[in-house]
Design a protein around this ligand. Structure first.
Ligand code: PEP
Ligand code: MG
Length: 557
């Protein structure tokens, strides 16, 4: 048995085979070619190979899973022969004189978009097949082996680190746990693991070597340990631990339906942070008071072209309807920095975390922003929606957002499209600038949501992705705690409410001080809701002198 240690970012016992994540680092560039007939021949050859490969796969699949399921490879063959698809490729190679790779990539994207817009559900569902087919063609054009990262069975996914876009692409039904050599607790992969209820260990360093690939292991996410080829005694101990934790969880589940209320009767809302529709179930099962942060950009990461207004509207509406009248806060696109996707074609920046991200990008690329706002406003007619703007550093940004939002509203009203009556607008407080301007910002918006993950990063001048993060940054840094107090005071002076939606909000050792500071609500990953409820219900805040002392002691005033 081999025992390795890391830092746990989400508890749980998980079993599975160790699988090391490999990146398929392919970039398709647009090139102008002189010899376009050579490019056409390259495409024809790639197509020929792809058709042969698909036929072999069909035969193999028919053997393994039966004729019906094997039909998918036949359908992929039909897509390859489709004249509309091929005409798009021909147009780019023969008329626009582009390289074959680019022609195939663009044809795939265009076809997928056409299919997404189709009235037929069957055709809409086929868009991922077009992507598959285009990827196959690209592989043959580039003479690459089939390196697509697929999980065969229940796996413990190991990597140096995982990008959010890579994490969301994994087949979660097969991911038992994540283990990374680098990573930090506030990285989006750690956040995703928590949101999806998947045990995860980070910072394992060089102890996690590729040679362990394929071995069976148990991850103890409570203690931050992984046992590779565990002995019988460890297997039994893990079983016992799992049962014990299961019993604790059962007790927590009894808190569902109860209020988040302190012993002296102060009620407090606890909301869920989600990244996609698939996290909704867990938010509801954990009895969330609503959605405090829907990281809407994750929907843009799981794909290779922009979602259109209809798709966004459908998703937002589903979240709002499923929450049955409870508050739903949807954050507008926070793309950029570590959350990047090729089709945005963002300029390369030396330090993208300090670059054109989030609201900066939306104000620059207003077409993308307007589409999202239209979808949000249309969805607002179906419940209690609030819109949250990320990475604000200036009041002027808020004016510009309001301007755009009002124009989009007017357009919808002119067309007779219903929208919600009181759609609140809030800003994320996640830069020192927004803290210092929070008195001015409070006059312009309806609420604040403090993003402690970025607030720590920008205040303490350390990249939240940095694997040394934990060893450099003391938890709950005094500067950040004082900032939270300033923000609460400024917001309350103008009758506005404050939520904390960063990871610090789930730290149970901080709950009392947050309540003392009169934070109005917390928004955390769904599995963290009930432990917070338990903590809130155990607190007594009736002694004002005690509160005053707590604040003085914790904030060193
Ligand atoms: C934050 O910065 O604290 C936050 C909630 O947003 P994200 O983690 O998505 O950057
Ligand atoms: Mg943030």
């Amino acid at each position: 048995m081999i025992t390795l240690r890391g830092k746990s970012v989400f508890g749980g016992i998980a079993r599975g085979t160790l699988v090391f994540y490999r990146r398929d680092e392919v970039r398709i560039s647009k090139l102008k070619v002189n010899d376009y007939s050579r490019e056409w021949k390259r495409y024809c050859k790639a197509k020929e190979h792809a058709i042969e490969e698909l036929e072999q796969l069909r035969i193999q699949a028919a053997d393994e899973v039966g004729e019906d399921d094997a039909q998918i490879f036949y359908i992929h063959g039909l897509i390859l022969e489709d004249s509309q698809y091929e005409n798009l490729i021909a147009d780019h190679i023969l008329r626009q004189k582009c390289n074959a790779e680019y022609a195939v990539a663009v044809a795939g994207r265009t076809m997928a978009k056409l299919m997404r817009d189709s009235d037929s559900e069957y055709i809409r569902e086929r868009q991922s097949d077009v992507k598959d087919v285009s990827d196959r063609l690209l592989r043959h054009l580039q003479n690459r082996a089939n390196t697509e990262f697929k999980l065969d069975g229940i796996s413990i996914v190991c990597a140096d680190d995982l990008m959010p876009s890579e994490t969301v692409m994994l087949d979660k039904s097969k991911v038992a746990a994540f283990c990374t050599r680098g990573g930090s607790t506030n990285s989006h992969t750690a956040i995703l693991a928590r949101t999806m209820n998947i045990p995860a260990l980070i910072g394992m360093g060089d102890s996690l070597i590729d040679e362990y690939e394929g071995r069976y292991a148990i991850v103890d996410g409570y203690s931050g340990v992984i046992y590779i080829e565990p002995d019988d005694m460890t297997v039994r101990l893990m079983q016992q631990k799992e049962e014990e934790e299961g019993r604790k969880r059962e007790l927590l589940l009894r808190l569902r339906g109860r209020k988040n209320v302190t012993r002296d009767g102060r009620e407090f809302q606890v909301y869920a942070n989600i990244g996609s529709l698939s996290d909704l179930r867990s938010a509801i099962d954990n009895d969330a008071g609503g959605i405090g942060l829907f990281r809407s950009e994750f929907m843009y990461l799981q794909r290779d072209d922009f979602p259109d207004e209809e798709e966004l509207f459908y998703n937002y509406r589903r979240v709002i309807e499923e929450m049955k009248g409870k508050r739903v806060v949807i954050r507008t696109l926070d793309i950029g920095a570590d959350k990047n996707v090729d089709y945005f074609e963002l300029d390369k920046e030396t330090n993208p975390a300090l670059g054109i991200r989030a609201i900066r990008l939306c104000l620059k690329r207003q077409d993308i922003f307007r589409t999202q706002l239209r979808a949000l406003l249309r969805a607002s007619a179906y419940g209690d929606l609030a819109i949250l703007i990320p990475m604000i550093i200036d009041v002027d940004e808020v004016y510009r957002v309001k301007n755009i939002l009002n124009r989009v509203k007017d357009e919808l009203i002119d067309k007779g499209i219903p929208i919600g009556e009181n759609v609140e607008l809030g800003v994320m407080i996640e830069t020192p600038a927004s803290v210092m301007l929070s008195d001015l910002l409070a006059k312009e918006v309806d609420f604040f949501s403090i993003g402690t993950n970025d607030l720590e990063q920008y205040t303490l001048a350390i990249d939240r992705q940095n694997p040394h993060y934990e060893s450099i940054v003391p938890p709950n840094h005094l500067a950040v705690l004082r900032m939270i107090k300033v923000v609460c005071d400024n917001a309350h002076a103008h009758g506005k409410k404050v939520c904390i939606c960063g990871e610090m909000g789930a730290d149970l050792s901080m709950t009392e001080i947050f309540l003392d500071m009169h934070v109005d609500s917390l928004s955390v990953a769904p599995p963290q809701i009930l432990p917070l409820r338990k903590m809130i219900r155990s607190l007594n805040l009736s002694d004002r002198r005690q509160i005053h002392q707590n604040i003085q002691k914790t904030l060193h005033y």
